[in-house]
Design a protein around this ligand. Structure first.
Ligand code: NAD
Ligand code: UGA
Length: 475
């Protein structure tokens, strides 16, 4: 039987996704004396984490392969056996998905907590002795209350099992996850049980300075995670809204960003205009915040944050419209190359990527798309766009014989993809798109050819002489 000890020797993390995998890999790397078991009911994902070919890990992150190589099978293990490792653990991280509800009360806004609840029930059933439960997933404020109720509902075994619940939200950003985990700005621990807080902070303290470990009550910690994402997303929407004003006035968004960002009160980060924020969290976390504000009778606060999402949707639509307008109002039979499908550089994650929305708009307008991405594969793009590009079934019946179908194709060779293209749209800020040889590429395009640079990646001054048409965000 485990005792209520502060020294943790076995950790289980439920959820081997973008957070669970990298977070536990770094923890195991930094604490070789702690056994770390990452469990998931998704067999394919677990197999991928166990793949001896490190190129095939389910998550692409710079430096992750090295961490996995050092820790895996030493004190880091990936398994489908959720029951076994819950039973062995002194501390259990809940790192499962918390997406927006798609039906029922709060549909389209509230977080769906069914995966969190399922984990709490599994833990209640299979844990032994004293176990510290750590909320790693992003969840609505006061979720710990629900978790505690479920954990304490087993009256029969009450004396044999005890639990403490902590909140320890994750602030890593994809593409820099390993760096963020190894050198976090802060680690946030919320809770009311000093003993458990000490156990968790001692783990982080192996590589994070004590001053960076912030301790709060449970509710402040849960809420701070939502608010951190809301503030970051708000900056992106703010600068994107100004990018449109720059385009009308002759101001340059990059110059404006530099000018305002050098004020230390404003700061320079998260002021890069682009095609709108993507990723699995900003939108869902703000929607959740909006839901919570309405729930607590604060519609003005809810509306304020809702506008951050409205501007984001508007920015994505605005870019699609600009492309259609510049290409003479029609994309039918035109070939457009999309550079980048992940939601940002250095990740293979496509969730909520602006590329999905822009690609769908362009297909709807009749364009043929060739999509390139250094890390996203064709199968993943198929999941996002579908591979049946027929128009609606009504159109199909009427025009079956005459309708020529437009399509998207995947290519891993930019030079081939660009042959006879009418336009190139840079959507993801992959560094390899910065230094393409446009003199050479432009020759291969059908004239008049356009480049739409939604990330201000290319140096516009270099192209003045070759006569290429360039539209760049915020200029
Ligand atoms: P994800 O979808 O990549 O991974 C979640 C995993 O949990 C999946 O593999 C799923 O199979 C597994 N799972 C769900 N229910 C389970 C159960 N009952 N038992 C076993 N396994 C189960 O999600 P993610 O991107 O890792 O995000 C996880 C949480 O972390 C979310 O709340 C998210 O908001 C938060 N977060 C994400 C990021 C990020 O960069 N992705 C950063 C900070 C916080
Ligand atoms: C974000 C937060 O940065 C993390 O702290 C948080 O842990 C995470 O969400 C989460 O909770 O999931 P992430 O979405 O991985 O991380 O990546 P970001 O770097 O924040 O970028 C989000 C989106 O905003 C991307 O589409 C990015 O291209 C865009 N962005 C970001 C801009 O358009 N401009 C900027 O200046 C910054």
């Amino acid at each position: 039987m485990k005792t209520n000890k502060s020294k943790i020797s076995t950790i289980c993390c439920i959820g081997a996704g973008y957070v669970g995998g990298p977070t536990m890999a770094v923890l195991a790397d930094k604490c070789p004396d702690i056994k770390v078991y990452v469990v998931d009911k998704n067999k394919e994902r677990i197999n991928a984490w166990n793949n001896s070919n490190l190129e095939k890990l389910p998550v692409y992150e710079p430096k992750l392969k090295d961490v996995i190589k050092r820790a895996r099978d030493r004190n880091l293990f990936f398994s489908e056996n959720v029951k076994k490792y819950i039973g062995l653990a002194d501390m259990i991280f809940l790192s499962v998905n918390t997406p927006t509800k798609v039906k029922g009360i709060g549909s389209g806004q509230a977080s769906d907590l069914k995966w969190i609840e399922a984990c709490a029930r599994d833990v209640a059933k299979w844990a032994n002795g004293h176990t510290i439960i750590v909320e790693k997933s992003t969840i609505p404020v006061r979720t710990a209350e629900t978790i505690k109720i479920i954990l304490e509902s087993d009256q029969v075994n009450k004396s044999k099992k005890t639990f403490a619940v902590l909140s320890n939200p994750e602030f890593l950003a994809e593409g820099s996850a390993v760096n963020d985990l190894e050198n976090p700005d802060r680690v946030l621990i919320g809770g009311d049980d000093d003993h458990s807080i000490k156990s968790l902070s001692e783990i982080y303290n192996r590589w994070v300075h004590r001053e960076k470990i912030i301790k709060t009550n449970l509710w402040s910690s849960e809420l701070s995670k939502l608010i951190a994402n809301a503030f970051l997303a708000q900056r992106v929407s703010s600068i994107n809204s100004i990018s449109a004003l720059c385009e009308k006035t002759g101001a340059d968004i990059n110059q404006v960003s530099d000018a305002i960002g050098s004020d230390t009160r404003i700061g320079s980060k998260f002021l890069k205009a682009g095609p709108g924020f993507g990723g699995s969290c900003f939108k869902k976390d703000i929607l959740n915040l909006v839901y919570l504000c309405n729930h607590f009778g604060l519609p003005e606060v809810a509306n304020y944050w809702d506008n951050v999402i409205s501007i984001n949707n508007w920015q994505q639509k605005r870019i699609s419209q600009i492309i259609v307008n510049k290409l003479f109002g029609t994309l039918t039979d035109k070939k457009i190359v999309i550079l980048g499908f992940s939601f940002k550089a250095d990740t293979n994650d496509t969730r909520e990527s602006p590329a999905i929305y822009i690609a769908k708009d362009l297909l709807e307008e009749g364009a043929n798309l060739i999509i390139h991405d250094p890390k996203v594969n064709q199968k993943q793009i198929e999941l996002e766009l579908g591979n049946d590009l027929n128009c609606s079934s009504k159109d199909k019946n009427i025009f079956e014989e005459t309708k020529k179908q437009n399509y998207w194709k995947f290519s891993n060779n930019i030079e081939n993809a660009i042959e006879n293209a009418d336009a190139v749209v840079i959507i993801t800020n992959w560094s390899e798109y910065k230094n393409l040889n446009w003199n050479k590429l432009y020759e291969k395009m059908r004239k008049p050819a356009w480049i739409f640079d939604t990330r201000s990646l290319i140096n516009i001054k270099e192209f003045k002489d070759i006569g290429i048409n360039i539209w760049q965000i915020g200029t």
